[in-house]
Design a protein around this ligand. Structure first.
Ligand code: DP6
Length: 366
């Protein structure tokens, strides 16, 4: 697919005022995206589970500008207001303004409207859970709902693909927050139709053990991110181990594609944990270097490993670019692992806080 296919050719309807609400999920990568080139092209392919409970709900109101308003700004001004949990949030605006700038060539209709964005997350803000994936995918879906009203001939498949394409331009991982339960983003030979431009559903038949997989998110550190993802990704430029990492990640994705189909859960555990530790190893070996794990992150990992051996469990962990731990386990271990988390891991979380989640199916219009 060529990017020019995302530039609307036809606007067949006049729409004055309209409004859409979308709920879009967060996701957790099994094979990580870490390293990119402009414009938001990943250095390696990644795959994630879409989450069910961690999501953003966003409403965008579109109000058509008058001709005089449009004339006054030469049809080139993007106007929006942003509210988060009911409060105006000027500090969130630059990221969204940058997003609109990056998508304007593909959504030229945004110049015609004054947009009011109202957003809220199901998870506590500044819980250390990245909200950029769910946040930007929600706005992308609202834009695509407007585009569908302007051009009713658009098909759902195209809408999801373009929404993922737009979301990617806001935040790479957001491209994986449109569909579910598993999404691949980045060109990889083992996944037909995979692309650097948008996420695609992992369409092969997945072994039963991976259905309704569980993810408990342990909130070890709820503070602001120590390293923004843009800074983090940039550290992969001129990184001594980058080339090997990108090759490995692509191989890991090929292996993960097989594991998901053959149900080799032991191989899953070892690949997922290795990916998480490799991501952190990249940060520890960049210049400047960072340790994003906290002492409690390591205590949790140690407990998980102990529990796995003692209970012949398939529990494992993964990490994003922070100290929080995602504990992953099959549905058939839900009761025992949830009890273990409550009894032995919650003490390592800030205010004993953690979120029980499971794999979900993607964006929903409300
Ligand atoms: C460690 O998607 O937040 O979570 O494209 O700069 O917005 P930007 O980065 P972002 O990076 C996420 C990185 C990660 C791994 C992953 O989700 O694959």
């Amino acid at each position: 697919m060529n990017i020019s296919e995302f530039i609307p050719q036809e606007i067949t309807k006049e729409i004055e005022n309209t409004s859409f609400t979308w709920q879009t999920p967060s996701n957790i990568a099994l094979v990580k995206y870490w390293g990119k080139t402009n414009p938001q092209i990943p250095k390696n392919a990644s795959i994630s589970f879409t989450l069910n409970n961690c999501h953003t709900i966003t409403t965008v109101d579109f109000q058509k500008k008058s001709k005089s308003e449009l004339d006054a700004t030469s049809y080139t001004q993007i106007d929006f207001d942003l509210f988060f949990e009911g409060k105006k949030k000027e500090e969130f605006k630059p990221k969204i303004a940058e997003f609109f700038k990056r998508v304007q060539a593909y959504c030229p209709y945004i110049f015609d409207y004054k947009m009011t964005i109202n957003s809220e997350n199901s998870f506590p803000h500044s819980s250390g859970i990245a909200s950029s994936a769910s946040g930007l995918s929600a706005i992308a879906m609202c834009l695509m709902s407007l585009e569908k009203q302007l051009n009713p001939a658009l098909e759902n498949e195209f809408i999801n693909k373009k929404a993922s394409f737009l979301a990617r331009l806001g935040s790479g991982s957001a491209s994986r927050s449109i569909e579910g339960p598993l999404v691949v983003w980045g060109k990889n030979s083992s996944v037909e139709d995979s692309s650097d431009l948008f996420g695609v559903k992992f369409n092969k038949k997945v072994a039963a053990i991976f259905n309704n997989y569980q993810d408990a998110i342990l909130l070890v550190d709820k503070g602001e991110k120590q390293v923004s993802s843009t800074v983090g990704h940039n550290l992969m430029n001129n990184h001594a181990y980058a080339k090997v990492r990108f090759e490995d990640a692509n191989k890991n994705l090929e292996n993960m594609a097989m594991i998901l189909q053959n149900g080799d859960v032991k191989a899953f555990v070892s690949l997922v944990e290795s990916e998480a530790l490799t991501l952190h190893a990249m940060m520890m070996t960049s210049h400047p270097y960072f340790i994003l794990m906290k002492p409690n992150t390591l205590k949790i990992i140690d407990k998980i490993w102990q529990y796995r051996v003692e209970n012949e469990s398939n529990i494992c962990f993964t990490l994003d670019a922070g100290a929080n731990v995602h504990v992953l386990y099959p549905e058939n271990e839900k009761e025992s692992v949830n009890a273990f988390i409550a009894k032995e891991l919650a003490v390592f979380c800030q205010n004993n806080q953690y979120i029980l989640d499971n794999v979900g199916l993607g964006a929903k219009q409300l």
